[in-house]
Design a protein around this ligand. Structure first.
Ligand code: SF4
Length: 768
């Protein structure tokens, strides 16, 4: 056996791949998107398989896109293709016919694999057999499913305490698998169920639960047809939720105005060409943004307060015409304190803090003054800040003052980035389960559920780093690359006695392991899933609370792959004592049986098996959509949120991390960021031209990026300086390359979300 070497497997290679730059694009989608989608599909499979999968993607009863969580239209769905370029890339990655057989691991050691880029690693194909990395070994070897389950069960049962194990979930996991997983974990005895929500929309969940009584958005897709003003804040739908552009286009055609608030002028929000519209393809497409507010990074609270201040003044001039006095009076509390805090601010100071001129702030206030049909959409640009919860609560303040919640054409729209991240939370994947949920779980399955809160992602990493978390199990995802402070997290994983990943493809998390490591290869969304009772489908919940089915249509690449419910059943049986109240085999043999149990435990899932078979699925209850705030004692809550202090010292910059257009979360589809005009390179830092000159730098210079936080110095070496249209002192890099700079102890208040959108850095020029 080759001994494992000590190395930095966690870091992506520092070598450059040959950058090419063009001007940023001004139009999203159109024919280039079609060509890109086809190219990615053809790289991974033959035309017959590609056609089959694409005709089923996002169709009623078909395969739910494993990409983002944007909903499908309930009425008409295009037979030609109800998906976007990045949905095509996502399904191409999963439905690839490339196989990663055990002999690949025989030929490639951990160190050899780690020296490759994430792009190269991800393109090796689907993992076919369970693999085991023995203690000290440099190569994974095949192992039987039975043996793998036995090792996991034994390791778990050897732990002094169930809380020494960590059970992570990524957002692709189906409702059925998520429910079984959390049930197994709680029967094992812990609430250590961190998930990817902890790193993305946790701030939204906390902010919305506190103010409107539900941690999810309140709008439906149909509301976009009626909205009069749509705010898109800290979000880049052209890359991250591309079919949202269709909803925005339709809204524009119905007369809506769009205000975009973002540090970058993202192409998808400038102009959109629907590839399925001949008129769009041959013509100019649709201009989307009416007012672009190029806010400084984390200037959102200052900007929203400035807008609200002007709305207050307008309301004073025309009482009852700007704010919804009746809604405020009957449905909310805290308005007076909120208003007096707003009035105390100075408009000029707010303008300076957010970097938006008072003229533009007046323009935004004018657009909002006369309507109450306002939808506010947002994503990580608001959530991943120290004041992430405050950011969202300031958005809620605006909507409440305008009476824009609980009526058609208005409401909150946090846009989720992974296809079932919202459903997993609904199923109980949460480290802080509500007592009512645990009560029901105990009643239905007759066991004593753990009542202490478990650990979220950041706290799990810290626990593993302290050598107190000993077994890590990841249901999907790429934990190492998705999480902050890469070197710290890598050490945390290395401290485990066992790390286990349920995966479809190889990723960097498989290369940075505990003493022993196991990879369990699962079926993907596109794979036909046959269990004892026959063909199965799974269910998912999209970003707007609609639960619907997803059924695989492609023959799996190998018989050795297992479905996630079957894997969970295998681990549960190998770990827990036989329990007369739960028959794991019965659940995995027929997913209707899982759904029957979900129905017994979780409100809103009545007649689950029947209703989910309806072509459009069903809506889950949503009190905010109904304008019902009984859960908060009858009233939605205004809040007072301070303007964050983003002061920088000389030579300091704020760095925000983003995806390229060839990337979905940590999956790298290619090396291009087409819309931003950056090709064939990921190690870049986008900077304001004046800042580049002030630092004595030039385009193409190589710099190390340095973060110092709480006495710890973090370095991301070798990035190319690229001038870009960003506000002064704001910089942009791609993750996961720069996650190494995100301090583990820099998190959002209340939600504990890593502050990946605001990292203070310095630059150090490197001679090459
Ligand atoms: S918008 Fe999201 S869910 Fe829809 S096809 Fe694109 S990536 Fe998939």
């Amino acid at each position: 056996m080759t001994k494992r070497k000590e190395n930095h497997n966690e870091l992506t290679p520092e070598s450059f791949t040959g950058v090419k730059l063009t001007s940023p694009k001004h139009t999203a989608a159109g024919l280039p998107a079609v060509f890109s989608a086809v190219r990615h599909l053809m790289d991974e499979m033959d035309p017959v398989r590609a056609t089959k999968v694409m005709f089923e993607l996002n169709q009623k009863g078909g395969i739910d896109c494993p990409g983002c969580a944007w909903p499908d239209p309930s009425d008409h769905r295009s037979k030609l293709g109800e998906y976007c370029e990045n949905g095509a890339k996502a399904i191409a990655e999963e439905a690839t016919t490339k196989r990663l057989d055990p002999d690949f691991f025989q030929k490639n050691s951990l160190s050899q694999l780690a020296a490759q880029s994430d792009f190269w690693i991800g393109k090796r194909g689907r993992i076919i057999e369970p693999m085991l990395l023995e203690e000290g070994a440099e190569h994974y070897s095949p192992i039987s499913w039975e043996e793998a389950f036995k090792i996991i069960g034994k390791e778990l049962n050897q732990l002094p305490c169930p809380d020494d194990a960590i059970f992570y979930t990524s957002g692709r996991t189906s409702n059925e698998a998520a429910f079984m997983y959390q049930l197994f974990v709680r029967m094992f005895g812990t609430n250590n169920l961190p998930d990817c929500s902890n790193m993305c929309h946790e701030s939204s969940g906390v902010a919305l639960s506190e103010t409107v009584g539900i941690g999810k958005g309140s709008v439906t897709l149909e509301d976009f047809d009626e909205a009069e003003v749509i705010l898109v804040i800290g979000q880049n739908p052209g890359t991250n939720h591309p079919r949202m552009l269709n909803a925005l286009k339709k809204a524009k055609q119905n007369g809506a105005k769009i205000i975009t608030i973002n540090p970058l002028p993202e192409t998808g929000l400038i102009r959109f060409k629907d590839p399925q519209s001949i008129g769009d393809v041959l013509g100019e497409g649709t201009a989307l943004t009416d007012l672009f507010l190029q806010v400084k990074i984390n200037g959102d609270v200052a900007l929203l307060k400035a807008i609200l201040k002007l709305l207050c003044a307008k309301e004073r001039e025309n009482p009852g015409k700007v704010f919804d006095a009746d809604f405020i009076h009957t449905k909310t509390e805290g308005f007076e304190a909120f208003i007096s805090s707003i009035e105390a601010y100075d408009l000029a100071k707010l303008s300076k803090a957010c970097g938006i001129s008072t003229d533009q702030i007046h323009e935004a206030a004018e657009m909002l003054a006369s309507t109450s049909k306002i939808i506010a959409c947002w994503a990580m640009g608001l959530t991943q800040h120290k004041n992430g919860v405050g950011n969202i609560q300031e958005v809620v303040n605006l909507l409440l003052a305008k009476g824009s919640i609980g009526k058609p054409g208005a409401g909150t729209c946090p846009v989720r980035g992974h296809s079932n991240v919202q459903g997993d939370r609904t199923m109980g994947i949460w480290e802080k389960p509500k007592a009512a949920f645990l009560d029901k779980l105990e009643e239905v399955f007759d066991f004593k559920a753990p009542r202490n809160h478990g650990l979220d992602v950041v706290d799990c990493i810290k626990k593993m780093h302290e050598e107190k978390g000993k077994v890590f199990i990841g249901m999907g995802g790429n934990f190492l690359s998705a999480t902050p402070d890469t070197t710290f997290t890598a050490q945390a994983l290395r401290n485990c006695s066992l790390t286990v990943h349920v995966s479809t493809k190889l990723n960097r998390s498989h290369l940075v392991t505990g003493k022993r490591a196991i990879i369990l290869p699962s079926l993907g969304r596109s794979d036909i899933d046959i269990q004892k009772s026959g063909k199965q489908f799974v269910t998912v919940e999209n970003s707007m609370g609609i639960v619907h089915t997803s059924e695989g249509r492609l023959k799996p690449l190998a018989r050795t792959l297992m479905s996630e419910p079957a894997i969970i059943a295998g681990i549960a049986k190998a770990t827990l004592h036989p329990n007369p109240n739960i028959d794991w085999d019965k659940l995995k043999d027929n997913y209707d049986a899982i759904r029957d149990k979900i129905e017994m435990v979780i409100p809103g899932f009545e007649h689950y098996n029947e209703r989910v078979r309806e072509p459009n699925g069903f809506y889950l209850p949503n009190n905010a959509r109904e304008g019902d705030f009984d859960v908060l004692g009858g009233r939605a809550k205004f809040s007072v949120n301070p303007v964050p202090d983003n002061a920088l010292e000389k030579g300091e910059f704020i760095m925000t991390t983003v995806r390229t257009h060839d990337q979905f979360n940590t999956t790298i589809y290619g090396l291009n960021d087409r819309y931003r005009g950056v090709f064939n390179e990921r190690r870049v830092i986008l900077m304001n031209l004046q800042d580049i000159q002030n630092e004595g730098l030039s385009k193409g210079d190589v710099v190390d990026l340095i973060n110092e936080h709480n006495g710890v110095k973090r370095i991301a070496p070798r990035f190319l300086v690229i001038p870009y249209d960003v506000p002064s002192q704001c910089t942009v890099t791609y993750f996961p390359e720069t996650n190494v700079l995100v301090p583990i102890d820099s998190v959002a208040d209340k939600s504990n979300t890593p502050t990946s959108k605001l990292v203070k850095i310095r630059l150090q020029k490197i001679a090459i």
